[in-house]
Unconditional design. Sequence first.
Length: 467
Amino acid sequence: MNVEGIEVAQHGGKLDGEPAPPAARKVFVKTYGCQMNVYDSQRMSDALAADGYTGTDRIEDADLVLLNTCHIREKAAEKVYSELGRIRDLKAERAGRGMETLVAVAGCVAQAEGAEIIRRQSAVDLVIGPQTYHRLPQALSRARRGEKVVETEYAIEDKFEQLPSPRRAAIVGRGVTAFLTVQEGCDKFCTFCVVPYTRGSEVSRPVQQIIGEAEKLAEAGVREVTLLGQNVNAWHGEGPDGKEWGLGRLLFRLARIPGIARLRYTTSHPRDMDDELIEAHRDLAELMPYLHLPVQAGSDRILKAMNRRHKAADYVRLVERIRSVRPDMAMSGDFIVGFPGETDADFEDTMELVRTVRYAQAYSFKYSPRPGTPGAAMNDHVAEAVKDDRLQRLQALLGDQLRAFNAGMAGKTMDLLIEKPGRRPGQRVGRSPWLQPVIVDETVGEIGDIVSVRITGTGNSLFAEPV
Ligand code: SAH
Ligand code: SF4
Ligand code: F3S
C-alpha cells in the first residue's frame, strides 16, 4: 500500500451535490496513511452526510474535526498528536466565540491506542476504530451529549452492510477513478507490522456486495476501479455459481460491468499470487499491467526474521512468471531497511534483488519498532545512522530505476484515461496503464475518455499527443 505519509485533506467539494440547510453542521476530514484510509474517509463522509453534515476544507469552520489516522510507523502516529495539539487550541478559540467543536480520531491509531488518546489529549471527544465506522453517527450523538466515547470493539455485524452506500453525487465529485475495499485485515503477522492488530483478522466482502458497489461506481461515471485490501489477493468468496472464487475470478466478473474499463488491485502478498490471478494478468485486458508486490528485503535470513514466509528467490521467480505472461508488467514494491539484525551483507542482498527485478515505482522505509510487535522486542537493533545510509543508497537505486522506466516510455503509444484538469490552463492529466500521470492538451479528450496517445516528452512529467 502507498503509505508515504500521505495526508489527504478531504475537500468541501467532496461532499457537495447534496443540498444542505444553511445551518448544517460542518465536518473537516483529514486522512493519513494508506489508500484504505482514503476509502474509509469517503465512506465516513457518506455516513456523515446522511447525518446532516456537509464537508468543509476550512478546519476553523468545522463543528466536527475527524482525523483518520495511521499507526504504521512511529512518525505517522506522532504526527497525529501534534495535529491534535493544534486542534485543541482551535477548539478553545471557537469555544471563546460560543461555538462547539467535536474532535474525533478514527483509523489505526484509534484502534491501537483507544482511550489512551483521550488521556493524552483531552480535547478528543471520540475515538473510533476501523471496524465500527457504521456506528459513527450514533457515537457522535453520544459525544454531543458530553460523553467521551471510545468505540474500538470488533463489531460482529457487517460494517459494510450497514454503512450507507456511496452516493452518486459524492462519487461524481470524486472523479473517474475509485477505490473499492474488498478485503480487510491480515493474518500474516510479519514481525514488524501493526496491521494485524489495528485492522484485525482477514475478512473478505461478499461477491454480490462488491459487484453492487462497483456497479454504483460505474453508473456515476467511474472508469477505473482499484480493489483494496491489506492482503487483497487473499480475497475469496462464494460466487453466484456456488463455487469458491479467488481474486482472479472476481476481476473477470467486475470487468463485465458496463463502463468499467480498467481494474487494479493493491496490496498483494507474494504468497497469495495464485495461478488464477496470474492468468487474469494474461487474459484480462481490463487488468492493468502494474503490480504492487512488496518484498521488504532481499536477504533470506531477514525475510525469515520478518516472518514473510518466502525466500528472495521465490519472489524473483514469481515476478518472472508474471512477466512471462504479461511482458509489459511494471513492478512496484515496499522495502524496509535496518530491520533488527540486518547486516551490510543482508542489505546488499536487497540491493541485488532490486537490480534483478527492476521496479517502476517503490516505497522504502527505515524500520520503525512498533509497540507490541515481535520485531520491537528483538535484539540487534540497527543504528539510526546506518539505517539512514542504507535508505539513501536504496532510494538512489530505486530513483534511477523509476527515471529509466519513465524515460523508456518515449515514443510509445498507449491508452490514456483522461482524469482531471492539468495545473496549467488548456491541459489535462491522464493516467497511463502503468499508473504514470501524463499531460495532454485538453482537446485530446474529455475527462473519463480513454484515448490513444504517443509519448512525446519524458522530463519531470510525461507529455503526450493523440495518435
Ligand atoms: N499488507 C502490505 C503492507 C501494509 S503496510 C504487505 O504485506 O505488503 C505498508 C508498508 O509499510 C509495508 O509494506 C512495509 O514496507 C512498511 N512498514 C510496515 N511496518 C513498518 C515498520 N514497522 N517500519 C517501517 N516500515 C514498515
Ligand atoms: Fe503487515 Fe505483513 Fe500483513 Fe502486510 S502481510 S499487513 S506487512 S503483517
Ligand atoms: Fe496505516 Fe492502518 Fe493503513 S496503520 S497503512 S492506515 S492499515
